[in-house]
Write a protein that binds this ligand. Structure first.
Ligand code: GN1
Ligand code: MG
Length: 358
């Protein structure tokens, strides 16, 4: 994408100050992200091309983000730093459509740090607190939210996709994957049993973030404290347990999500404890007994789902996540499966920690 084209796209939004430069930021696996630097004291901005293959209804997604961030702004002391600020186009829209691509802008929050990996229990504690805070600020949000990705953390829906994938076998890879397929099938009943509790309401639903890996949290560079949750594309109604579980999947992994060296990958109980402590510091009172009962299991549930999703994408020819090399998504599948096994082994201890801290 040329500078000129990016500048043309940015020009549709109500930006303060003159654009100085537009450069790629980070390495999102789904969207394309740029930072727009402006001249002088005007704010800088984040410009994103939203992946419409992943998000079929970008306008509905932007409505969700706008509603949720406005709600948070009314409750915090520093509304420009403690959540995202969506910038409209000159026509008052929340996105600009260029051909078939959707673009959106929010304010770049300066003086912040992001991490790809949690390098200390203190950071995990802050991350847990951040998601706990995010859920607390939205606990009285009562507007309808669109389901922007159907059945996102709903394992019943994921198994429907799985059964279809096994039938279609678009790349002819099923025959090479009997081991991996068995990883999925042997856990089907256990995962469905958990999800049934959400379906019957035994485990309640709330407004949730749904993508709580560490890189989606901003930390204040000056204090090291958590500032806010970003990447609100998947804000929807679901069980808040999944936000916890997805974060453990990210913070407590001693290796990388796509680690080719499986010996690097374990779940660190120390990080699990720190994240749990931070999360419960915000959520202890609000949580129901059933949520506390299933909190530790949610890490296993979400990590299983991630194994399933990566494996399905590999079977589908690696279309969903960006890849750095062929077979990258199978490497991701194996690394996440190693993490899942590590969690399963340590599950009694995880439960004990939750009980102790709650
Ligand atoms: C995607 O958008 P990003 O990179 O934060 C994915 C998550 C996965 C994650 C795995 C909308 O997250 O669900 O857990 O990759 N987001 C979507 O790295 O599918
Ligand atoms: Mg995302």
């Amino acid at each position: 994408m040329t500078q000129e084209k990016l500048r043309e796209i940015a020009s549709h939004f109500s930006l303060e100050g003159e654009v100085e430069s537009i450069a790629p930021l980070g390495e999102g696996f789904i969207n394309d992200t740029f930072v727009v630097r402006t001249v002088g004291s005007a704010p800088d901005y984040i410009l994103q091309r939203k992946n419409h293959n992943v998000f079929p209804d970008v306008p509905a997604m932007m409505d969700n983000i706008k509603a949720v961030t406005e709600h948070i702004k009314r409750k915090v002391t520093d509304p420009l730093r403690q959540t995202l600020t969506v910038i409209e186009t000159h026509d008052g829209a929340l996105y600009h459509k260029d051909g078939e691509n959707f673009w959106a802008v929010c304010i770049f929050i300066p003086g912040t740090t992001t991490y790809d990996r949690a390098d200390s229990p203190a950071l995990a504690y802050q991350g847990g607190k951040g998601i706990g805070q995010f859920q607390r600020l939205l606990s009285d949000f009562d507007q309808p939210l669109s389901e922007t990705i159907k059945g996102f953390h709903n394992i019943r829906h994921r198994f429907e996709q799985w059964d279809q994938m096994l039938k279609d076998d678009p790349m002819g890879r099923v025959k090479e994957l009997s081991t991996e397929i068995e990883w999925i099938e042997s856990r089907r009943a256990e995962m469905m049993a958990f999800w049934s509790k959400v379906e019957t309401g035994e485990i309640p639903t709330h407004v949730t973030h749904n993508d709580t890996k560490i890189s989606n949290i901003l930390f204040d560079s000056a204090t090291g404290d958590v500032l806010c949750a970003i990447d609100l594309d998947t804000v929807m109604s679901s069980t808040s347990l999944n936000d916890f579980g997805d974060a453990i999947r990210s913070y407590a992994n001693t290796g990388a999500e796509d680690d080719p060296v499986l010996d690097n990958v374990e779940m660190s109980l120390e990080m699990f404890r720190a994240y749990t402590e931070g999360y419960l510091s915000e959520q202890r009172e609000a949580m129901s007994a059933s949520e506390k009962e299933w909190l530790a299991f949610s890490a296993i549930y979400i990590t299983f789902e991630q194994v399933l999703r990566f494996l399905m994408d590999y079977m589908d020819g690696e279309k969903y996540w960006k890849t750095a090399y062929e077979g990258h998504t199978l490497v991701r599948t194996h690394a996440q499966y190693k993490l899942l096994q590590s969690m399963e082994r340590q599950y009694p201890e995880m439960r004990r920690i939750v009980e102790e801290l709650s």
